[in-house]
Ligand binder design. Structure first.
Ligand code: ARG
Length: 477
């Protein structure tokens, strides 16, 4: 079949076969061209593609494959194309399949034959792997900045609430009093681990596959270390087969993103509970909420709800990438083109969610009195009464039994332990003394007594906040 007998559906040969026309006797089917294209979504890393090409051309000149004049033409051409794209004057052509061929084709259109030399010694396989890594590296840096802003917001709110007492929960049942500052520092710790994970992931993102060419390397005397230096990569990949097919770095990122979303989802769940009429612990300013079209009284915590929902997408993005990779033989396979959308979706979702949280957290208003009231309900200082008895020589298991009986009385009388009289308490143990109210049964006594690293006492929380600021400085140094 010749190109003149193309089926009616096919695009014209000069549209598709410019990059590989030699071997083909008919043009790509129009649907297939669209189905196999990635330019709709990979154009988002045009900047990294151009930077990679400029570095590649610069390296080719250094090793004598291109002349300086050719290099300069290429760099000028690519810079102009970058401006065209940024000005919205670039025509993205689906028949040119992806960002790489769109830019290369336009370069040749602009600067002529020299444009056709740019692809010497490389393949789209190492090119795309390089582009995604450059792109993801930039995104990780932005996400780290958002994380830092959120972490600082949490520390700020915690500092204002070192003495704010709320019930701490296990099984969502009132357990022991904690300080609100301490609770916020728990969120902070989750996010610190997220930072560490992203920073660790970035190390493996920041290795350069370029030079692997299609799969086996290239016959040109390339200087990979030089290209890597130009692009700010920490190292070059060690094995060309692995380098063009490896997407571990994207999976690692999506795993780190999934954990961030899981954390934000847990925080969201607490905010949703806390803003309900049943808890009323916290108020989220109106600008982060929406109303109901039918129920005039409603103020819904949409932002946390949406983030809780969006966590599911990012978990899905992680599973997509793992599944994408599991059956692939070495080296590059077209399957890999499917790496982009789950990666981009995870990036966009985690960015948006972190931005919303970073804005919302400093604006939260705790209802200090209501939190305190809630901590007074639910016998939150029962463990403290047991500890009071242990200090008088009672074995903990026996103390537990004694306090259990006191709680049963409180339940019957609808009174907190601190509201029972000394006489009432003493009927369970004559070792209970009058100082029990000040030293054990009050909320303040309870939190103050947990006075060690990691404990909830205001003194410890204050120290933890100070350490947290130093840790942030070290983390983001
Ligand atoms: N658009 C492709 C991708 O995203 C680029 C690499 C294509 N390589 C190939 N041999 N078809 O993976």
């Amino acid at each position: 079949m010749t190109t003149s007998s193309n089926p009616p559906n096919s695009v014209t040969p000069d549209q598709t076969s410019g990059m590989w026309g030699g071997r083909f006797s008919e043009a790509t089917d129009a649907f297939v061209a669209e189905f196999t294209a990635s330019v709709q979504f990979d154009q988002r890393f045009y900047k990294q593609d151009i930077a990679g090409s400029i570095a590649h051309a610069t390296m080719l000149t250094k090793v004598g494959v291109l002349t300086e004049a050719e290099r300069d033409d290429i760099i000028e051409g690519l810079s102009t194309i970058r401006s065209e794209i940024e000005a919205g004057n670039f025509e993205w052509r689906i028949d040119l399949e992806d960002v790489h061929m769109n830019i290369e084709s336009r370069l040749t259109q602009r600067i002529g034959i020299t444009g056709k030399k740019l692809h010497t010694g490389r393949s789209r396989n190492d090119q795309v792997a390089t582009d995604i890594r450059l792109y993801l590296r930039d995104e990780i840096d932005d996400i780290l900045k958002l994380l830092e802003r959120l972490q600082k917001g949490l520390l700020g709110l915690a500092a204002k609430n070192v003495n704010t007492i709320m019930p701490g929960f296990t099984h969502l049942q009132t357990a022991q009093p904690v300080t609100f500052g301490h609770h916020l520092l728990a969120w902070f710790e989750m996010l610190v681990r997220d930072t560490e994970r992203l920073q660790d992931c970035r190390k493996r993102v920041n290795r350069m596959p370029l030079g692997s060419a299609a799969l086996a390397g290239t016959t040109y005397p390339i200087d990979r270390a030089y290209t890597a230096e130009l692009l700010g990569f920490e190292a070059v990949s060690e094995n060309s087969l692995d380098a063009v097919s490896d997407r571990d770095f994207a999976i690692e990122f999506n795993a780190a993103a999934a954990l961030i979303m899981m954390h934000l989802s847990r925080m969201s769940e607490e905010l949703i509970l806390w803003t309900s009429a049943q808890f009323k612990f916290v108020n989220i300013p109106d600008r982060f909420c929406t109303g109901s079209s039918i129920m005039p009284q409603k103020k819904n915590p949409d932002v946390p709800e949406l983030i809780r929902g969006k966590s599911g997408r990012v978990f899905g993005d992680l599973i997509s990438l793992l599944t994408l990779m599991k059956g692939q033989p070495l080296a590059y396979n077209k399957d890999n083109q499917e790496d982009k959308e789950p990666l981009f979706d995870a990036i966009d979702t985690v960015r948006g969610s972190l931005m919303a949280f970073a804005d919302m957290i400093p604006a939260l208003v705790p209802n200090i009195e209501i939190m305190r009231e809630a901590a007074l309900r639910g016998f939150s200082t029962a463990t403290d009464l047991a500890d009071h008895l242990v200090k008088k020589g009672v074995a903990f298991r026996d103390a537990h039994e004694i306090v259990g009986k006191a709680v049963a009385l409180g339940v019957a009388e609808e009174k907190d332990l601190s509201e029972l009289t000394l006489e009432q308490l003493q009927q369970f143990s004559d070792l209970i003394t009058a100082d029990v109210f000040d030293k054990a049964l009050t909320l303040e006594a309870s939190v103050n007594a947990r006075d060690h690293i990691g404990g909830t006492s205001p003194k410890q929380v204050e120290a933890a906040i100070a350490r947290a600021h130093t840790r942030l400085e070290q983390l983001y140094a």
